[in-house]
Design a protein around this ligand. Structure first.
Ligand code: BGC
Length: 857
C-alpha cells in the first residue's frame, strides 16, 4: 500500500491505469485444424472444407493489416458454422414512409424528446441510408487490405484508447473507450452513477440526460465509440457486472438502454450495446455455454438489444461466452439472423476484447475484431492478414468484406463524426504521456445531474415512526466504513478493485476515475450544519461493542454497509467478479444488529451492487428506516444526504427482487465446472427470471420488484383504455392478421417494424397525492396474459414518473404497442397475440396493484 500511496501522490492517475489491467481474455489454443462452412446468400453458395494448415501458403499473401498472422483460425479442430440460408441484403433495411409525429425521420444528433406517451418510434433509416452512401463512396477505391484494416484493431495497448482502428487514407481511424459510466482512464471526466442506479429511478428523462452528458464527455475527449451501455439481465443475483446494467427485467432494461443510447448518440459519440448475449455471470465467461431456448432469448435477453437497434445504436459488442454451444462472436443465429435480419441492425458488430474465435466469424456476422490481436499482445489476428487471405482465396466473399467496412464507416458518418470531431486527447495506457494527455475538462456541471440521479435512484425500503426525513436531530452518529472516504482517496484500487470507504462503483472495465468522491460523512455533515446538530462517527466495522456504545443515546444512529462485485479479472476478498453470497460486506449484519441493540432509532443505509439477504435485521423493531442507496458515483454522500433530509422525496423503485433466501431466486451462480471444458449453463427457468418466478411459484419476497416508499402517499383512480387508430393504412393487412392471432411474418426488420411498435392502446388513469409533501409516483403497468400464452403471471410493459403536489391529482397516460401484447412464436418465428383475454394492472410495484383492466379485442 505504501508504494501505491507514493505513486498516487506523485502521479495521480497511475493507479488503476491500464498497465495493471489484465482482462482475462479468451485464450484460444494454437490455430489449426479443419474448417468447414456452408456459405449461403451473397457470400457464395458452396460448402467449403479445408485444412487450415494448408492455407499457410495463402497467408503469405501481402497484407497491410495491423497484425501478423499465420495459419487459419480455429480453436478446437473441426468447426462447423451453421450459416443462415435466407437471402441477406446487407443494407439498408427497408423502411416504411415516415409518419410524423409517431415515426419521424430522425438524425441521431437530433433525437425525439423523451416521451412514453405516445411511445415515439424514431426512424433512423434515412440517416443510415445517407451514411451508407458516403461510406460506400469512401471505400470505393480501397484495396482489400485497406478494407481489412477498417475491421481490425491495432492490437492491445498499441493506440491511445482501449480499442483503436488505424487511420486509412482520408479516414482518421477510430478510438473505442470504456465505460458505461465514465470516460475510463481519463482525468477531468465525471464519475456518473452506475447503470443500476439510473434504472432504479424509473425516470426516462434522467436516463436520457445521463446518456447525453456521458456522450458529451466522450466526444470532448475525442472518443468515437463509447463501450456502453451494458444490458445483460441480472439473471443471477450474484452476477458480478449486474450493477453496470439496468436490473432484472427486460422491459426496464430495454427502456433504460433505449434512452441511454439516444442520449449518448445525441452527445455525438457512437454507443455500443453490450454484451450480446447471455454473459450473465463472470465465472467461466469465456468457457461457458448459455443454453437458452428461442422464446426466452427473444422475450428476455435479446429484447434490450432490439430496443437498442430502435434507438439507432451504432455498434453491438458480442460477448465471450457461447450460446447454445456456439461462440457469441461466431454465432450466425444471433448476429446474422436475429440482430441483422430480424432487428434490421445497420451498424457493426465488434467483438469483446479477444472474444473473436475464428476468421470465419466474419461470415457469421462479426464486423470488427477488438482489440485486434488473438490474445493480448499475441501479435497475430483472426482478421488482419488472415481475413485478407480468406477473401483472396474466396472463402469469404468480397461482398461480405465490403459490408463489414461499410458498416463501420457508415456508423462514423451516421454520427457526423466526419464533421470536425475532436481528436483523441488522452492516453488510456499512459497517464504520464505529456504529448497526448491534453487534460481537457469535459465535466461541465454534470455533477448536478449525478446528484439528482443519486437521489432519484435511491429506494426507501422501510420508514416507521416518522424516522425519515430527519428533522433537526440534536445529535447523530455515523457508523461503518461505508460512511467515510476511502483511506487513500477514491482511486486507491486499480479499476476500483476494492473499497475501504463509501462504495460508489463496482470493479472492472466498467469504471472510471473519480475526480472526487463525496462520502456520506461529508454529505451529512454539510447538511447537519444547517440544524446545528452534533455529529459523531465510528468507522470500525469489526468492533461491534464500540459501535453499540457510540450509538447509545444518540437521537439517530445511521449505520452504513455495502456489497461489491465486478469483472472476473479482479478478485476482491475472494470474490472473483461474481459475489460469493448475498451477505453484506465488512461485517455489515453484525454491525447493524449491534447498533440496533443500543439505539431505537437506527437507520440503515446500504450501498450495494445488487440484492442482499437482509433477513437478519430488517424486522428489528429498533431499525426505523432502510435506505437502499445503490451505486452512485462521485456525488454519493450528497445524494444520500438529500434523501435522509427530504431535500429529495424518495421515488426510486427496486429494479430487482430482494428475496428472503438466496435459494428463492430461480437461477443460481455456477462456480463448479464439473470437469467440463465448456461449462453448460442451462437457462431452465426460461421466462421466469426474478419477480416472474416469485409470482409464479408463489414465493413471498422481502421486497418485490418495483417496490419503493415515498415521504408522501398516492391513490389511483379512473382507469380507461382506448384503442389508438393506426397512423397509416399500408400496414392494415399486418395489423388485421395480428388481431386474428397470426404471427408477424419473417422479413428483414420484422421485429422492429412500425406496425408492431406504434402505440396501439392508450391506458389512462389518475393519481392523487394524498400525503403532506410533493412527491413523484412511479406508476407501473403489468400485463397478465391469458393462460394459453404460458407467460409469467405479470410482466412489466409500461411505467412513467409523475410529480404531484399535495392534494393534487394528475392524469397519467401509458401507451402499449402490439409488440407489448405479443409473445414470441417459436414455430412461426414471429410475434403473435395469444388466444384469450389480455388484462393488465396499474400498480405501485409488481405486487401492489391499484387498478385493473382488460385490453379491448
Ligand atoms: C469487457 C468489456 C470491455 C472491454 C474493453 C472486456 O473485458 O468485457 O465490457 O468493454 O473489456 O475494456
Amino acid at each position: 500500500m505504501l508504494s501505491k500511496l507514493l505513486s498516487l501522490s506523485i502521479i495521480p492517475f497511475v493507479l488503476g491505469g491500464p498497465a495493471t489491467l489484465a482482462p482475462s481474455a479468451a485464450t484460444p489454443s494454437t490455430p489449426g485444424g479443419n474448417v468447414s462452412a456452408t456459405v449461403a446468400g451473397p457470400y457464395s453458395s458452396v460448402t467449403t472444407s479445408f485444412n487450415s494448415s494448408s492455407t499457410s501458403a495463402a497467408t503469405s499473401a501481402t497484407s497491410s493489416a495491423s497484425a501478423n498472422t499465420s495459419g487459419a483460425s480455429t480453436t478446437t479442430g473441426v468447426i462447423t458454422i451453421p450459416l443462415s440460408s435466407y437471402s441477406f441484403t446487407p443494407y439498408p433495411t427497408p423502411t416504411l414512409n415516415p409518419r410524423p409525429p409517431v415515426y419521424p425521420a430522425t438524425d441521431p444528433l437530433n433525437p425525439p424528446s423523451v416521451s412514453s406517451d405516445p411511445q415515439v418510434v424514431p426512424d433512423f433509416a434515412p440517416a443510415w441510408a445517407a451514411a451508407y452512401q458516403k461510406a460506400e463512396n469512401l471505400i470505393s477505391d480501397y484495396t482489400i487490405e485497406e478494407k481489412v484494416n477498417i475491421t481490425t484493431g491495432v492490437g492491445w495497448a498499441n493506440g491511445l484508447c482501449v480499442g483503436n482502428i488505424p487511420p486509412n487514407k482520408n479516414f482518421p481511424g477510430l478510438c473505442l473507450e470504456d465505460s458505461p459510466l465514465a470516460v475510463r482512464f481519463a482525468d477531468y471526466a465525471t464519475a456518473f452513477p452506475a447503470g443500476i442506479q439510473v434504472a432504479s429511478t424509473w425516470n426516462r428523462a434522467l436516463m436520457r440526460a445521463r446518456g447525453l452528458a456521458l456522450g458529451q464527455e466522450f466526444k470532448g475527449k475525442g472518443v468515437n465509440i463509447a463501450l456502453g451501455p451494458m444490458m445483460n439481465m441480472g439473471r443471477v443475483a450474484q452476477g458480478g457486472r449486474n450493477w453496470e446494467g439496468f436490473g432484472a427485467d427486460p422491459f426496464l432494461t430495454g427502456e433504460s438502454a433505449y434512452e441511454t443510447i439516444l442520449g449518448l448518440q445525441n452527445g455525438g459519440v457512437q454507443a455500443t450495446a453490450k454484451h450480446f448475449i447471455n454473459n450473465e455471470q463472470e465465472h467461466f465467461r469465456t468457457s461457458e455455454s448459455s443454453n437458452v431456448d428461442d422464446r426466452t432469448q427473444h422475450e428476455i435477453y435479446a429484447h434490450p438489444f432490439l430496443r437498442s437497434v430502435m434507438a439507432g445504436v451504432s455498434s453491438v459488442m458480442c460477448s465471450y461466452n457461447l450460446i447454445n454451444e456456439s461462440y457469441a462472436c461466431n454465432n450466425d443465429k444471433m448476429l446474422n439472423d436475429i440482430l441483422k435480419r430480424e432487428y434490421g441492425f445497420q451498424g457493426f458488430v465488434q467483438s469483446d476484447w479477444s472474444a473473436t474465435m475464428s476468421t470465419l466469424s466474419a461470415v457469421a456476422g462479426l464486423d470488427m475484431t477488438m482489440p485486434g490481436d488473438i490474445t493480448f499482445d499475441s501479435g497475430n489476428s483472426y482478421f488482419g492478414g488472415n481475413l485478407t487471405d480468406y477473401v483472396n482465396d474466396g472463402y469469404i466473399s468480397m461482398a461480405r468484406l465490403d459490408d463489414m467496412a461499410t458498416r463501420i464507416i457508415a456508423a462514423w458518418y451516421f454520427l457526423h463524426q466526419d464533421e470536425a470531431y475532436p481528436a483523441t486527447n488522452f492516453n488510456a495506457f499512459n497517464s504520464n504521456d505529456e504529448v497526448n494527455n491534453k487534460h481537457v475538462n469535459v465535466q461541465a456541471d454534470h455533477y448536478k445531474l449525478v446528484r439528482e440521479i443519486d437521489a432519484a435512484g435511491t429506494v426507501l425500503l422501510k420508514n416507521v415512526n416518522g424516522a425519515l426525513p430527519l428533522n433537526k436531530p440534536r445529535n447523530m452518529v455515523l457508523i461503518g466504513s461505508d460512511a467515510r472516504p476511502g483511506k487513500f482517496g477514491p482511486n486507491e484500487f486499480s479499476d476500483q478493485g476494492g473499497s475501504d470507504g463509501i462504495l460508489a462503483m463496482g470493479w472492472g472495465s466498467g469504471t472510471g476515475y473519480f475526480p472526487y468522491l463525496i462520502s456520506p460523512l461529508e454529505g451529512v455533515q454539510e447538511r447537519a450544519r444547517q440544524d446545528g446538530s452534533s455529529v459523531f462517527w465510528d468507522f470500525d466495522d469489526w468492533n461491534t461493542v464500540l459501535a453499540g456504545n457510540m450509538a447509545y443515546g444518540e437521537a439517530v444512529a445511521l449505520v452504513f454497509t455495502n456489497s461489491d462485485s465486478g469483472e472476473d479479472y479482479i478478485t476482491v476478498d475472494g470474490n472473483q467478479g461474481d459475489r460469493n453470497n448475498l451477505t453484506a460486506w465488512h461485517n455489515g449484519d453484525d454491525l447493524i444488529l449491534a447498533v440496533a441493540a443500543q439505539n431505537n432509532n437506527t437507520i440503515v443505509v446500504v450501498n450495494s451492487v445488487g440484492p442482499l439477504i437482509i433477513e437478519p435485521w430488517i424486522e428489528h423493531p429498533n431499525i426505523t428506516a432502510v435506505v437502499w442507496a445503490g451505486i452512485q458515483g462521485q456525488e454519493a454522500g450528497n445524494g444520500i444526504a438529500d434523501i435522509l433530509y427530504g431535500a429529495y422525496n424518495p421515488s426510486g423503485r427496486l429494479p430487482y427482487t430482494i428475496a428472503k433466501d438466496i435459494a428463492d431466486y430461480p437461477a443460481q451462480l455456477i462456480t463448479d465446472d464439473s470437469g467440463n471444458e465448456i461449462v453448460p449453463i442451462d437457462y431452465t427457468e426460461g421466462l421466469f427470471i426474478d419477480y416472474r418466478h416469485f409470482d409464479q411459484a408463489n414465493i413471498t419476497p422481502r421486497f418485490e420488484f418495483g417496490f419503493g416508499l415515498s415521504y408522501t402517499t398516492f391513490t389511483y383512480s379512473n382507469l380507461g383504455v382506448t384503442p389508438i387508430q393506426s397512423s397509416g393504412t399500408d400496414q392494415e393487412g399486418l395489423i388485421t392478421a395480428w388481431k386474428n392471432g397470426e404471427a408477424s411474418p419473417i422479413a428483414e426488420g420484422s421485429s422492429t417494424a412500425l406496425w408492431l411498435h406504434e402505440p396501439a392502446f392508450q391506458v389512462t388513469f389518475e393519481v392523487t397525492n394524498t400525503g403532506p409533501v410533493s412527491g413523484t409516483e412511479i406508476p407501473q403497468l403489468y400485463i397478465h396474459f391469458p393462460s394459453s400464452a404460458s407467460e409469467p403471471p405479470s410482466v412489466l410493459r409500461g411505467f412513467t414518473n409523475v410529480e404531484i403536489s399535495p392534494k393534487d391529482t394528475k392524469q397519467v397516460s401509458i401507451t402499449l404497442s402490439r409488440y407489448d401484447l405479443s409473445i414470441w412464436d417459436v414455430v412461426a418465428q414471429g410475434w403473435r397475440k395469444p388466444d384469450g383475454q389480455i388484462s393488465f394492472s396499474i400498480g405501485a410495484s409488481s405486487r401492489d396493484f391499484r387498478l385493473q383492466g382488460n385490453i379491448p379485442a
